[in-house]
Design a protein around this ligand. Structure first.
Ligand code: DGJ
Length: 542
């Protein structure tokens, strides 16, 4: 048997793709709820359900407190069980290291870390009050976390490098300082009053830092040396940069220690910012797009930084994470009725490696079915999508949705192979067409769900042949019309065939659509009820 390289990210043309077994791999993912992987019986049920929903990859937490219950004593039984269950269901895993921080807090630190606040100092607010966040300035915590993570990666290499069930690893989970933009414990105060490290300073003065940080530096008088407040200003925005550097340096030590044992692709994920929020009001200094250059410089062992997109304006946030060539992967997205269409859009339009609705094992029956159908369709199209990502021969179209769930009534357009595709999205059947004004992703039941009038659809168009204007069209709840990109004459439908992409990627044609099904040649319609695929051939006439 020839040895294959371990999973890795590779830049291919305009995109970065995940290679598994030396072939590009599209992550049709789902992330488990936080506690599911702490018990193998619950996990067994969840993993079985994931398989039935046609996922190919599960994102699964590894908890520091379960892994190293006493200092230096490791228990791999949960992880071994998880890998075995995933193998049985032919699923890949992406591990989420719930180490020093999970959603800013240090709730997954083992007791021996949590309870020893003199060895592992806590973040202090400006009032001096300690909170349950381990200070990013704590070298002891950084060392302990890095050692635990290295031990984890060594074990994964020994247990799994031949089978490669585990394909990527997230380091920490949604790190960020809250409810103030920076830590005020003694050690952090000292660091804050020290000069800005030369590596960051030279990025800033050399104009390689990104527009937001550059603006802060200029406002503070564009100095070429000084302390954090002198260089970036003592505002919440300026202080956030100190936190970003501190957090990213800490994560780097952990990631680098893990990579030395087993260099799987690694990433950090971010909780995003609500409109109008200032540092301190959201998890500040995390791997956010305006801090991307700082994270890159401080944490070079990370292969990418990723968004967790719970806000309705999915497209906008996903696109911001492509900044500076950052590979796009969405480890969490709101499991709303829009989740499958958003995932499809990210793959087709934004060249994403993959996406994963959160708490996927708890989806309602209807959402489970929709995700299963969408992923089944995408599985058959995977190879074609991966190739088309490389050649820029695929586009995705989705409704434009704002943070307040406002939906643009303009058709969405994309160009491919000389054709302009114009998409309109079906409103839900029997919808309450009153969009409730107050539905925002706030706390409470259904907090991330789309209001009832939100279209659930989206579509991808993939060019199959340049010469014959042949395309694969796959999606749901969308009507497509066509016009020539060169503005000359019109585009008509030569033929349209419904069918399926089988798991091995071959096309299984079925009905030839015409008459009422194409509105007598005027458009292509993908019904709202189910995800479906068509092959079409278009032609230009005068
Ligand atoms: C984002 C976090 O990363 C997840 O672990 C989870 O806490 C969800 N938010 C919300 O439940």
């Amino acid at each position: 048997m020839t040895a294959t390289s371990i999973p890795q990210l590779r830049r291919v043309g305009p995109v970065t793709q995940l290679y598994v077994d030396d072939r590009p791999f599209l992550v049709l993912g789902g992330e488990l709820g936080n506690s599911t992987a702490s018990d193998l019986t619950s996990l067994d049920e969840a993993i079985t359900r994931c398989r039935r929903m046609n996922l190919n990859t599960v994102l699964l937490p590894v908890y520091w407190d379960r892994l190293e219950p006493a200092e230096g004593q490791f228990d791999f039984s949960l992880l071994r069980g998880a890998i075995d269950l995933a193998r049985r269901q032919e699923l890949r895993l992406i591990l989420l290291w719930f180490g020093t921080w999970k959603n800013s807090m240090s709730c997954y630190a083992p007791s021996w870390v949590k309870r020893n606040t003199s060895r592992f100092p806590r973040v202090r607010l400006s009032s001096g009050e300690a909170i349950e966040i381990i200070s990013p300035q704590s070298e002891a915590a950084n060392h302990a976390d890095a050692r635990a993570f290295a031990t984890l990666m060594r074990w994964v290499r020994e247990y799994d490098s031949t089978r490669q069930t585990v394909v990527m690893v997230q380091v920490q989970n949604e790190v960020g300082m809250i409810p103030e933009p920076r830590d005020h414990c003694q050690q952090s105060e000292r660091a804050y009053r020290s000069p800005v490290p030369p590596a960051l300073l030279s990025l800033t003065t050399g104009g390689a830092i990104g527009p937001e940080v550059n603006a802060l530096w200029r406002q503070a008088g564009h100095k070429t040396q000084g302390t954090w407040s002198e260089i970036f200003g003592d505002t919440p925005e300026g202080q956030e940069l100190f936190t970003a550097w501190q957090l990213a340096r800490y994560v780097e030590k952990v990631a680098a220690a893990g990579k030395r044992e087993y260099p799987l692709p690694m990433f950090a994920n971010a909780a995003l910012i609500r409109p109008g929020y200032r540092p301190g009001q959201y998890p500040s200094g995390g791997p956010l797009p305006h801090l991307l250059e700082i994270w890159r410089a401080a944490a070079p062992s990370l292969d990418m930084i990723c968004p967790d997109i719970y806000f309705p304006n999915f497209i906008e946030w996903a696109d911001r994470y492509r900044r500076g060539g950052n590979p796009l992967f969405i480890p969490e997205l709101a499991a709303s009725t829009r989740a499958p269409a958003n995932a499809l859009y990210a793959l087709a339009q934004l060249g994403a490696i993959g996406a994963a609705p959160f708490a996927v094992e708890d989806l309602s029956l209807d959402k489970r079915q929709q995700l299963a159908d969408c992923y089944q369709m995408l599985a058959g199209l995977s190879e074609a999508i991966l190739l088309a990502q490389q050649n820029r021969t695929v586009i995705g179209l989705c409704p434009q949705i704002g943070f307040d769930w406002s939906i643009s009534d303009q058709p969405q357009r994309g160009e491919l192979g000389g054709v302009i595709f114009e998409a309109r999205f079906d409103p839900p059947v029997a919808a309450d067409h009153h969009t409730p004004a107050t539905v925002l992703p706030t706390l409470g039941v259904g907090r991330w769900d789309a209001p009832p009038a939100t279209p659930a659809g989206g579509v991808l168009v993939l060019q199959l042949s340049e010469r014959d204007a042949e395309f694969a069209v796959a999606g749901r709840g969308t009507t497509l019309t066509f016009s020539p990109a060169d503005g000359s004459g019109k585009i008509g439908i030569d033929w349209a065939q419904q069918g399926y992409y089988l798991p091995d990627g071959t096309w299984q044609g079925a009905r030839w659509l015409n008459g009422d099904q194409t509105h007598q040649g005027r458009h292509i319609h993908l019904p709202l009820e189910c995800w479906s695929a068509l092959r079409i051939r278009l032609y230009q006439y005068q």
